[in-house]
Design a protein around this ligand. Structure first.
Ligand code: HEM
Length: 403
C-alpha cells in the first residue's frame, strides 16, 4: 500500500490535515487587538467547563415542530435520519456547554462573527417567469441584515485557514410561511458559504463527522473516510479552507437546495460585484478579515449579485447529496437580485451584540422558498434547538429584527 504514491500522498495529506485541525482547535487562538479582547477572556475562562446543567435539555428536544410542512416530492428520507439528527444536536449542544461558560455561549458552528452589516436586497425587474415566486415575484427592495462568520465551531484567529459563512436575513417579507409556528414571521433567510459544495453532503456523513471528531478525534474520522474510499471528501475539505483576502471580495454558495415555487428546485450563489477590491495584508493579523472589510466600507459601498441555479436533471443534480455540484454549463446561475451594502462602521459593541442575538436558519422562510434535502431537514431541527439553547443559557430572548 505505502508504495502507491497516492497513498503516500494521502497519508501525508491526512497527517497534515489532522494536525491543522488539532492546532486550529486548541492552540492558534491568541488575540492582541483590544476590540476582541473579550473573546480572549472567553477563551481563558474555557478552563472552567460550563456549569450548564443540561441533563433536562436532552428530553425536551422537541423535534415534532419541525415536521410541519411535510416532505416534498423531490425528497427521499433515509430510515434512521431522525435518530442521526437528534444525536448530532445533542453532541453539538454538549460541546457548546463544555466549551463556553454559562451566559457566554456561542454558536456551535460559525462561532466567530467577522461582521454584522446592514444591507438592501433589491429584486431585479427582468426575472425569467419560472423564477417569479415568493420574494422574487415583484421588483422591489427589502432591508436586510448580514452576518459574516468563520465556519469553525471554535473562535480562532483569521490566520487559520477556514471556510467563511454569509447569512442574509431579509425583513418585511409577507406570504405563507414554511413553518407557521416558527418564531420568525416576516423574514426570509439565505445562508451561504465560501465553497461550491458541502463535502459532507449527506446527514449520515455529517453526523459521522460530528460524532467522531467530537467523541474521538479528527484523525479517527479521516481514517474512516479513507477506509470507506472517500478520500475525495478529505481533499474537498482541505481545499475549502483558505486564507481569503476579504469576505466582501469572494463568492458564496448555498450548497443545499430550496424550492422556488412548487415545481422547481434551486440553489443560490452570491457573486461579488464591488468596484473596490481589498488586498491581502503583508502580515496576516488575528482580525485581518474584519480590518479589510472596515477599510472597504469606510471608503465605499460593497455589492453582490444574488444568483439562482435551477435543477435540470434529478440524477446529475441531486437533492439528497450537497456534496455534488450542479453543473453550471448545464444550468447557469441567473441573476435575480442585487445585495447592496452601504458604507458603515460595524466594529462596534452594538453590532457584536446584535450578531450574537440574531438567529439565522433555513427554516426562516416562505413556503415558496422552503429548504429541501437531508442536510436542510437536519439544519431546520438543529439550528432551532441550538439557537434556543444558546439564547436560554445567555438569558437572551430570541429576536426578530424588523429593520
Ligand atoms: C447537517 C449539517 C449542518 C449542521 C449540523 C450545521 C450546524 C450549524 C450550527 C449548530 C450553527 C449555529 C446555529 C445557531 O446557533 O444559530 C450553524 C450556523 C451556520 N451554518 Fe451550518 N450546519 C450544517 C450545514 C450547513 C451547510 C450545508 C451550510 C452551507 C451554507 C452551513 C452554513 C452555516 C452558516 C453560514 C452558519 C452561520 C449562520 C449565522 O450567522 O448565524 N451549514 N450551522
Amino acid at each position: 500500500m505505502m508504495k502507491n504514491p497516492c497513498m503516500i500522498l494521502l497519508a501525508l495529506a491526512l497527517v497534515s490535515f489532522a494536525c491543522a485541525k488539532a492546532v486550529t482547535s486548541k492552540d492558534a487562538v491568541r488575540f492582541d487587538s483590544d476590540m476582541e479582547a473579550e473573546q480572549g477572556d472567553l477563551l481563558k475562562a474555557r478552563g472552567e467547563p460550563g456549569q450548564n446543567d443540561q441533563s433536562g435539555e436532552r428530553d425536551n428536544m422537541d423535534f415534532a415542530e419541525g415536521k410541519s410542512g411535510g416532505i416534498t416530492r423531490f425528497e427521499k428520507v433515509p430510515a434512521d435520519e431522525e435518530r442521526l439528527i437528534k444525536d448530532m444536536a445533542l453532541i453539538l449542544q454538549e460541546k457548546m456547554a463544555a466549551d463556553y461558560p454559562a451566559g457566554q455561549i456561542r454558536r456551535g458552528a460559525h462561532a466567530k462573527t467577522l461582521a454584522c452589516l446592514q444591507a438592501e436586497f433589491i429584486v431585479e425587474p427582468n426575472i425569467p417567469a419560472e423564477l417569479k415566486r415568493g420574494i422574487f415575484e415583484f421588483p422591489r427592495s427589502y432591508p436586510a441584515w448580514i452576518r459574516i462568520s468563520s465556519a469553525s465551531g471554535t473562535i480562532q484567529s483569521d490566520k487559520a485557514k477556514d471556510v467563511r459563512g454569509f447569512a442574509i436575513k431579509i425583513m418585511g417579507v409577507t406570504g405563507e410561511r414554511f413553518q407557521p409556528r416558527d418564531e420568525e414571521k416576516e423574514t426570509q433567510d439565505f445562508i451561504l458559504m465560501s465553497y461550491p459544495i458541502m463535502p459532507l453532503g449527506t446527514v449520515k456523513l455529517f453526523h459521522d463527522a460530528v460524532y467522531y471528531t467530537t467523541k474521538w478525534s479528527p484523525l479517527v474520522f479521516l481514517s474512516r473516510l479513507v477506509m470507506s474510499g472517500n478520500f475525495h471528501i478529505i481533499n474537498e475539505l482541505r481545499k475549502a479552507q483558505q486564507n481569503q483576502i476579504s469576505p466582501l471580495d469572494i463568492r458564496y454558495w448555498s450548497t443545499t437546495p430550496y424550492l422556488c415555487g412548487p415545481d422547481h428546485s434551486v440553489k443560490y450563489s452570491l457573486i461579488p460585484a464591488s468596484p473596490l477590491k481589498s488586498s491581502l495584508p503583508p502580515l496576516l493579523t488575528d482580525h485581518y478579515l474584519a480590518e479589510n472589510m472596515e477599510k472597504h466600507l469606510a471608503a465605499a459601498e460593497a455589492s453582490f449579485d444574488f444568483m439562482i441555479q435551477v435543477q435540470r436533471d434529478p440524477v446529475r443534480m441531486p437533492i439528497e447529496d450537497a456534496g455534488v455540484e450542479w453543473s453550471e454549463e448545464e444550468s447557469p446561475f441567473i441573476k435575480v437580485a442585487t445585495l447592496r451594502i452601504p458604507p458603515q462602521a460595524f466594529r462596534t459593541r452594538e453590532r457584536k451584540e446584535l450578531a450574537e442575538e440574531l438567529s439565522f436558519s433555513p427554516a426562516h422562510s416562505l413556503s415558496e422558498h422552503r429548504p429541501i434535502g437531508g442536510l436542510n431537514r437536519a439544519r431546520v431541527e438543529i439550528y432551532r434547538s441550538l439557537s434556543r439553547f444558546r439564547h436560554q443559557q445567555n438569558n437572551k430572548d430570541l429576536i426578530e429584527p424588523r429593520k
